[in-house]
Design a binder for this molecule. Structure first.
Ligand SMILES: NC(=O)c1ccc[n+]([C@@H]2O[C@H](COP(=O)([O-])OP(=O)(O)OC[C@H]3O[C@@H](n4cnc5c(N)ncnc54)[C@H](OP(=O)(O)O)[C@@H]3O)[C@@H](O)[C@H]2O)c1
Length: 312
């Protein structure tokens, strides 16, 4: 099998493809032939040095999600949806080292891939979907709420908006102007980020903002949220340097609530919503494993406009 590692800490130039062998799966484990692997900004943070640069941990395997076909199963292999068998089409998440042509993972990490999703969509669905779910649960978003989503054209942002709308909420979201037409198609009221944002949001939501969800992490996103929404209904998955404000920080950053149980439980529901077309995964670009560095450059640009996916 082929897999990607970061050989050192730094930028995408550190990413290289290596070759290895997978063992036959042990009890409770499954082997998956990977058809597509999702790329996330988190993967680049892992080898950037921002989360520590311990040389002893090198080389680093990367990738938290993938999709593929089960090729072998160990005794008693069962996931959240029941027993797993050879030939099953599955989504793998969470996983450590998903950028690979084949994986050996606990069966508890796989859920059935909805037949209506492409491999690319299935590979890119889980992290953004469960993170969006966590944002809504942490702030109690439900029918009748008007929700502000910062970065609504991004992977997490658009998932958050779609899940909120599926719950009966209205969504105002920040995005670059050229994304607005597509966002309206998803039922979002878009506003441009930048100077004067609070006034534009007030104009778009005259009855007020009930909850503010940040997927960008800028001071602007946090400060506008604090100005417009009640503190106990503001959450961020990116502004880990603004914990002093009292907003809820979600995920693996410093001071964040990892939400491990809620996110694991959310996987089946997120897959079901995507399978029914209530959660669309927009794919911005695909790259072969050998061009993983280019895939990361696109993600690091911060404006990919959807999921970036590797095809091993
Ligand atoms: N804590 C967690 O559990 C967790 C989980 C997943 C992701 N994350 C983090 O969440 C963030 C978003 O992830 P993603 O996968 O959604 O990334 P993404 O798909 O690359 O989306 C990034 C979005 O940010 C927007 N943006 C860029 N600069 C902006 C600015 N100055 N003001 C407002 N919006 C701006 C872009 O909008 P335009 O294209 O419209 O400019 C784009 O929609 C990343 O920092 C990621 O590490 C955290």
């Amino acid at each position: 099998m082929r897999f990607v590692v970061a050989a050192g800490y730094g930028g995408p130039e550190q990413l290289v493809v290596r070759e290895g062998e997978l063992p036959a799966p042990g009890p409770g484990r499954v082997q998956v032939e990977v058809r597509a692997a999702g790329v996330n900004p988190f993967d680049a943070k892992v080898y950037s040095g921002a989360m520590g640069a311990d040389e002893a941990r090198l080389p680093l395997r990367l990738g938290v999600e993938a999709a593929g076909v089960v090729t072998a199963v160990g005794d008693g292999a069962a996931g959240p949806a029941g027993p797993v068998g050879v030939g099953d089409e599955v989504i793998v998440h969470p996983v450590s080292g998903g950028y690979a042509s084949a994986l050996d993972v606990p069966a508890t990490s796989v859920v059935p891939k909805p037949a209506t999703l492409s491999w690319e969509q299935a590979a890119g669905l889980s992290l953004i979907g469960v993170t969006a779910y966590h944002l809504l649960e942490a702030t109690g978003v439900g029918a009748g709420d008007t929700v502000l989503v910062h970065g609504v054209a991004g992977g997490v942002g658009l998932s958050t908006a779609q899940l909120a709308i599926a719950r009966g909420a209205a969504v105002v979201g920040t995005a670059a102007e050229h994304r607005h037409e597509a966002l309206r198609g998803h039922g979002v009221v878009p506003v441009v980020y930048g100077d004067g944002l609070a006034d534009r949001v007030r104009a778009a939501a005259p009855a007020g903002i009930d909850a503010a969800l940040d997927t960008v992490g800028t001071d602007e996103a946090v400060d506008v949220s604090l100005a417009l929404a009640p503190l106990d209904r503001i959450a961020s998955v990116a502004a880990f340097d603004r914990g002093d404000t009292g907003i809820k920080l979600l995920g693996a950053g410093p001071g964040g609530d990892p939400g491990t149980d809620i996110r694991r439980r959310a996987r089946l529901e997120v897959a079901a919503l995507a399978g029914r077309g209530e959660l669309e995964v927009v794919v911005a670009g695909t790259f072969p494993l050998d061009r993983v560095a280019d895939a990361h450059r696109l993600v690091l640009g911060g404006h990919a406009g959807g999921k970036v996916v590797l095809l091993p």
